[in-house]
Design a protein around this ligand. Structure first.
Ligand code: HEC
Ligand code: HEC
Length: 259
């Protein structure tokens, strides 16, 4: 039996009130431009931005040798990661020629953690990995997202775009419907943004937690009443890559604050 709840009805009435033809978004704009002024103020102030807890926790994980590790990240990348190249951080996800795959920043950190620091492997999107990712990404705040779009990436981004344009779930909409066509419209009290990735990991005020880009994709799929892509699946990596390529040119804001 299909459970029609309030959210779904809201989604459906929303679709009906939107004209079919609307201009597509062209210039990339950060989600920051679509949130309430109070939320912006919360993000901008290090004392009120709740995402800074994840940064602090990530910093502790980075600077100190963990129980099962041989080394701390800081042993190789210096205290507080000052030797990490922020321009390189802004390039993630990258393509690895060696393993012929997309490597997200979190995956790179996770592999460095296992192979170089000698720590026990953790599953993708484990809270420790998200905190480390938030800390590392925050080092590059203000750098411009600069994901490779040529070479091997061209085909992968195209595949990600096809997933983005596919209709999912009971509401039978694609990501593009909301984040390209209905940008700026209100839904459930939220102004729809372009669904950019430059603020991730992001602190979400509603579930009250730090959220990776891949988790946010899954959350949007759940609200579409669709089966979300599996954590660490090929689909979610392709979708994440496409989103980050759309964010090229936007400044890194991690951790952004959003609803
Ligand atoms: C034994 C030394 C060592 C340790 C410990 C180590 N790393 Fe690394 N890390 C490296 C080296 C060498 C590279 C560059 C080569 C590569 O890309 O693998 C690197 C690359 C990286 C990069 C990519 C930087 C870029 O320019 O693309 C990140 C991010 C990173 N490490 C994070 C971490 C984190 C977080 C930890 C702790 C959980 C950690 N590393 C532990 C040696 C180390
Ligand atoms: C029915 C409309 C709708 C659909 C369809 C939809 N989203 Fe969203 N999405 C939202 C709303 C509303 C938000 C919260 C406000 C905002 O940031 O746009 C959001 C937020 C996001 C964000 C966070 C943006 C930021 O700046 O923090 C991402 C990323 C995202 N969506 C990706 C997706 C992906 C990927 C899909 C397809 C699987 C999708 N969305 C489908 C409505 C939608």
């Amino acid at each position: 039996m299909i459970r029609v709840n309030k959210t779904m009805l809201l989604f459906c009435s929303f679709i009906l009130t939107i004209p079919a033809t609307m201009a597509l978004a062209i210039e990339a704009k950060s989600g920051y431009e679509y949130i309430e002024p109070e939320t912006r103020a919360t993000q901008d102030d290090d004392f009120t931005n709740p995402g800074l807890f994840a940064v602090d926790r990530g910093q502790r994980l980075f600077n100190n040798k963990q129980n099962s590790a041989n080394k701390a990240c800081a042993d190789c990348h210096s205290e507080d990661g000052t030797k990490l190249d922020t321009k390189n951080i802004a390039r993630y996800p990258v393509y690895s020629e060696d393993s012929a795959e997309i490597i997200t920043l979190q995956k790179k950190i996770s592999r460095c953690r296992n192979n170089n620091a000698g720590d026990k492997a953790l599953p993708a999107d484990h809270p420790d990995l998200i905190d480390l990712e938030t800390f590392v990404r925050n080092l590059a705040i203000g750098e411009v997202v600069n994901v490779q779009t040529d070479g091997a990436m061209t085909k992968l981004i195209k595949q990600g775009k096809a997933l983005y344009n596919t209709r999912y779930g009971l509401i039978d909409m694609s990501c593009s419907h909301c984040h390209d066509m209905y940008v700026g419209r209100m839904i459930r009290g939220q102004k729809i943004s372009q669904g950019q990735g430059n603020g991730f990991p992001t602190y979400r005020l509603e579930p009250e937690e730090i959220t990776s880009l891949h988790q946010r994709i899954q959350q949007c799929m759940t609200s579409m009443r669709a089966e979300p892509f599996e954590t660490d699946s090929n689909e979610i990596k392709l979708m994440g890559l496409y989103i980050m390529s759309r964010s090229n040119g936007l400044k890194i804001e991690a951790p952004a604050v959003r609803y």
